[in-house]
Design a binder for this molecule. Sequence first.
Ligand code: TEU
Ligand code: CA
Length: 565
Amino acid sequence: MEKKWWHDKTAYQIYPKSFLDTNGDGIGDLRGIISKLDYLKDLGIDIIWLSPIYKSPFVDQGYDISDYYAIAEEFGTMEEFDELLAEAKKRDMHIIMDLVINHCSDKHEWFQKALADPEGEYGDYFYFRKGKNGNPPSNYRSYFGGNCWEPVPGTDMYYFHMFAKEQPDLNWENPKLRQEIYNMVNWWLEKGLSGFRIDAIINIKKDLAFPNLEPDGADGMASCWRMVENAEGVGELLEDLKKHTFQKYDAFTVAEVFNMKKGELNQFIGENGHFSTIFDFSAHSLSDGEHGWYDAPDIDFKKWRETVAKSQLEVEKYGFEANIIENHDEPRGVSRFLPEYGKNPAGSKMLGTISVLLRGIPFIYQGQEIGMQNALWNNVEEFDDINTKDQYQLARAAGLSNEDALYVCGKMSRDNARTPMQWSGGKNAGFTLGTPWLKVNSNYPEINVENQEKDSNSVLNYYRKLVALRKSPAYREVFTYGRFVPAYEDTESVMAYYRVEEKKRIMVAGNFGKETVELKLDFPVKTVLLSNLKDWDMENRQVPKDILTLESCEVVVLECGSSCI
Ligand code: TEU
Ligand code: CA
């Protein structure tokens, strides 16, 4: 396998609106990010992904872009962005931006012109279609509720949007539109950006016949992703995009891909794939409800363990995936993947260890490194997220009481990840001196960076050790390129695996159960590299022999002797 510059990197996702506010308007900003570059460097971060910072009406928090060449005023100026790039570079860190090109904002100049003349040049930048007998062209339900077809007032036309109606889908069949996008991508890469996280990219290919589909809900509609699954030929569009942009700059690209077809992994992330990597959402999909959040199942430990292992084994045949426990669209990993007795510092460290040492590119989401958890939501007005509001209505329509609907939204809401970063025990967790745009999680007096800086046993200091271990000269190779081999799969509560390469065998094992377990060791242990509970006395060679005892929520990283490869 040809080595790439990004293979051994550790990434961090910043959600700028909630990271750090420096001017008191309650909204995080670029100045805030610049001021925390040293904090991120200290954590061991190489690549920073910024969720969208482009000009936007923020209907979907910046994923609705009205000007691809401008920085949102809320976040700062282009000069400040250039300063961020330069400061990151000084520290040998890479900045990647979110690339939202399946759709733009209805306030984008292109769409405004298209609306004024749907049959004209800009009309062809989008999908405008005539209705059928007074009905929308087809029965697709958008991701955020309602029909994907929005009527154009005063006409018999509709335009197509898979997300909110303020996010019209761009017509990738139009070469002119594609060229506009390529120019824009290259403009940012020329500035010194190292690459992109690419939003909802599989959605760019539509079934142009837009046929009605078998309804999958009481509303008589079908989820629009079913159309995406039926559409053929996204690969050609993605190759064209890569060839005209990323490839020329050796850019790092991490794509958000749902609904990939079977057998396509190699085309997406193989040696000559469309992208450097894609996110592994397989574990997250375990809590997809059939109809929505209201019928979303809880994560079952054994299914989770099996899913992670299966995905790791499949991916290593072709390339690398990006591993996450959470992002800005997901509830907090600690609240989601850990049992009640594990939603604490020990559990946070255990989950972090299992995730960060997998084969692939680790992406740490802001606040994960201090063990941030879901917030408590008291009423639906506390939510800001467009998706959560829709899911709340969906739950009520399905017969759930206000209390029950709040409970399911509280568990799954994207706002759980979007509450302000908890920097200190001071006012608003040190996020802002003004009024935060979204409420601060009430647990900030206990969970915050300031406290954890002072405590050598904190989750933060553990994450620093964890990332440092992954990147250390002695172990970088095995954690980057070593094979993934699942272990102890027949136990009730242990998630364990080896990372193996020619000269090294590392074992990572965490006990997700409530009771202490004993594992018979299959290989003699040379060193304990990391542990979240015990202070192994290496001087006296107090390494586990024959049997490894793991307490509840204990995780260890062991190196086996050279004789056990
Ligand atoms: O998400 C794409 C996507 O498919 C979402 O519907 C996702 O499944 C959902 O958020 C899970 O609750 C991307 C962005 O990550 C998201 O923030 C945007 O809202 C969306 O695209 C539209 O740009
Ligand atoms: Ca601000």
